[in-house]
Design a protein around this ligand. Structure first.
Ligand code: ATP
Ligand code: MG
Length: 141
C-alpha cells in the first residue's frame, strides 16, 4: 500500500492532516500499535518540517507486512549541517513560529529515535529528502 500527500509550506490549516490519514490507514490494515505510534511520530514531524521550513513537498508512506517506509521530499532551503540539525534543541525556527508552539528542535531527534533506519539527504538552496524505515515487530502470538 502506498499513500502520498502534497504538503504546502506555511499551510497551518492543513498541517498534520497527512500524518493523521497515515495513522488511520495503518490501523485499518492492522499494523502493530507500536509500529503505528512510531510511524505517526515520523510522519507528523516530517510533515511539520515541510510546513515550517520548506516551500512545498510530498509525504509518502509505503506499507509492507514487515515495515513502514516514510519519505518526505521537499523543495526548500535545505539543511546545511545535518548532524547539527539532529541535535536536541537545535532549531532555526523564527519567533513567530515558536509562538505557535513549534521550534523546540525536537522533531528530527524524535524522528531518529522512532526510526529503525534513517537517511537524510539535503542540498542547500534545493531541498531535503528524508527516508525513515519503521520495522513492524509482531507481538509473537
Ligand atoms: N525540511 C527541512 N528543510 C529545511 N530545514 C529543515 C527541514 N527540517 C529540519 N530543518 C532544520 O533542522 C532544524 C531542526 O529540525 P527539528 O525538526 O529537529 O526542529 P524544529 O522543526 O526547528 O522544531 P520542532 O520540530 O521541535 O517543532 C530546523 O530548525 C531547521 O533548521
Ligand atoms: Mg521540526
Amino acid at each position: 500500500m502506498k499513500l502520498e500527500f502534497v504538503i504546502e509550506g506555511m499551510d497551518f490549516t492543513r498541517a498534520g492532516e497527512a500524518a493523521a490519514k497515515i495513522k488511520k490507514a495503518l490501523q485499518l490494515v492492522g499494523m502493530e500499535v507500536e509500529t503505528v505510534r512510531k510511524s505517526v511520530i515520523v510522519a507528523y514531524e516530517a510533515e511539520m518540517n515541510i510546513v515550517i521550513h520548506a516551500r512545498s513537498g510530498t509525504l509518502t508512506a509505503r506499507v509492507y507486512p514487515d515495515r513502514v517506509e516514510i519519505e518526505a521530499a521537499d523543495e526548500g532551503p535545505g539543511i546545511p549541517d545535518i548532524s547539527l540539525a539532529l541535535q536536541e534543541g537545535y532549531s532555526t525556527a523564527p519567533p513567530h513560529i515558536r509562538e505557535m508552539g513549534f521550534g523546540a528542535g525536537m522533531g528530527l531527534p524524535n524522528i531518529q529515535r522512532s526510526s529503525d533506519e534513517l537517511h537524510i539527504d539535503s542540498k542547500v538552496g534545493i531541498g531535503t529528502k528524508l527516508t525513515s524505515t519503521i520495522m513492524n515487530r509482531t507481538s509473537g502470538v
